[in-house]
Design a protein around this ligand. Sequence first.
Ligand code: MD3
Ligand code: FE
Length: 203
Amino acid sequence: RDQALSPGAMVLGGFARDMDRDLLAAIEGVLADAPPRHLVTPGGRRMSVAMSNCGGVGWVSDRRGYRYDPIDPESGRHWPAMPDIFTDLAIRAAAAAGFAGFAPDACLINRYEPGARLSLHQDRDERDRAAPIVSVSLGLPATFLWGGEKRSDRPRRIRIVHGDVAVWGGPARFAFHGVEPVADGAHPLTGRARYNLTFRKVF
Ligand code: MD3
Ligand code: FE
């Protein structure tokens, strides 16, 4: 069930499955301190995905732009600490995909309700361009759109289910990617929701 998608990019099928309940409990803990919110893009559009963060810095967007900020602008406090179970998983997944020594300092938590989507984009707000990104999916299934170096490259569609972990770095680090609108449904552990954790080394 592992899939090498292109040099530097792979899906580790079910890599996080045996920890799903512990991961979801840790997510609940973080979200109790930093509730998920629908950020606004610099263009003024409300994102359909609700987001929060844990770790040293968190990704935020508003009318002024995108940035990594050590402070949650909603609360004025630091983001919650990254739970050890998150850090351990991210390091193990990166190593399994060939990126030894990954040291994430940020974890973005994306919550998708049915219909929520992420349009095609690149992740390029991170200062450390050598580190990979690790993505953990829980709850409702999704279809990743996996493009190329150029926005106009026709994306591949990749089905991602509960417990799958994707890792991309090296030559795949700046590929365009997105998530199709999540189909309606209910997952036994998350209900009508999909969670995605993305681990990054920003600084
Ligand atoms: C990168 N989140 O938060 S990465 C993000 O499901 C984000 O919420 C996705 O993209 C989510 O910035 C998880 C999905 C992904 C898929 C294919 C890729 C990232 C990729 C291909 C190349 C590079
Ligand atoms: Fe992304």
